[in-house]
Unconditional design. Structure first.
Length: 273
């Protein structure tokens, strides 16, 4: 059972006049254009997803914790939000300004190419994002009045069992070392998303490959191209009941039939084709 955080109302209401004016301006200018808050807009999936959302007619506010990446987001039509997901009050204030109807959680903290020499520390950081970062995103989404929360999870945290793994297969919560840390972080993220008073959608992605992932071709079983992964998130904005969806290519490891049937997802989808 999770206790949902509440944003600090005193902090949020004590905005400078310029911020209040900005909020009123955004509401007036974009009242007819629904907003999506994309957390992790500069990540591997976020970079591929943002253009899809914009092309579909959404206004996209994209978060990054690195101020130097804001200009790049602005160039592709994303409203940059520089904020640290671990600062819940700042996150709530940022999200309340843009008032999204949908929040998409694509935050990770992993080294380029999954550099094995850096993975021990990265797994711990990533698990913290999944637990604490997700908790803060849920709090901010509720504060801002969002209705739907779509979150990135993984399809390679299942406990050993019969193949292919579907969404009902148990996670490897008792795993040792990094596998266990990762699986428990995944479980925390998923439970928070699915039990929050929002339409919660969890996308369990296979092992990513393609532009920006560090892998040009599929690396290992249960893979998914980053373009197809981004497309699944875009589809989930307006399709599908709350729940968990596997998002991986059909190689006998992970079953993604539910995503194909309910979301209309296609593992072969690529940008520009």
């Amino acid at each position: 059972m999770f206790v949902y955080l509440h944003c600090d109302a005193h902090t949020l209401n004590a905005e400078k006049p310029a911020l209040r004016d900005y909020a009123r301006y955004r509401q007036e200018i974009h009242s007819m254009n629904p907003c999506i808050f994309l957390a992790g807009a500069t990540g591997a999936i976020g970079r591929r997803l943002a253009p899809l959302l914009i092309a579909a007619g959404y206004r996209v506010a994209g978060s990054t914790r690195a101020g130097e990446k804001a200009a790049g987001l602005r160039e592709i039509g994303v409203e940059p939000i520089v904020v640290d997901v671990f600062d819940v009050d700042a996150l709530c204030q940022a999200m309340s300004l843009v008032q999204p109807s949908v929040v998409i959680h694509q935050l990770t903290d992993l080294p380029p190419g999954l550099d094995m020499s850096k993975m021990d520390a990265a797994v711990v950081r990533n698990a913290r994002i999944r637990e604490v970062g997700t908790r803060n995103l849920v709090a901010a989404a509720l504060h801002a009045g969002a209705q739907r929360l779509i979150a990135q999870s993984v399809a390679f945290a299942y406990a050993d069992g019969a193949l292919p793994y579907d969404e009902t297969a148990p996670l490897n919560l008792d795993g040792e070392g990094n596998r266990g840390i990762s699986a428990r972080g995944v479980a925390s993220l998923e439970q928070q998303v699915l039990t929050a008073p929002l339409d919660g959608v969890v996308l369990r992605y296979g092992r990513l490959y393609g532009p920006g992932t560090g892998f040009e071709v599929a690396a290992g079983a249960g893979a998914v191209h980053v373009d197809a992964a981004a497309k699944a998130a875009q589809l989930a904005v307006s399709r599908g009941l709350p729940g968990i969806y596997n998002i991986a290519e059909d190689d006998g490891t992970v079953a993604s039939d539910k995503a194909v049937r309910v979301l209309g997802w296609n593992a072969a989808w690529r940008a520009g084709l």
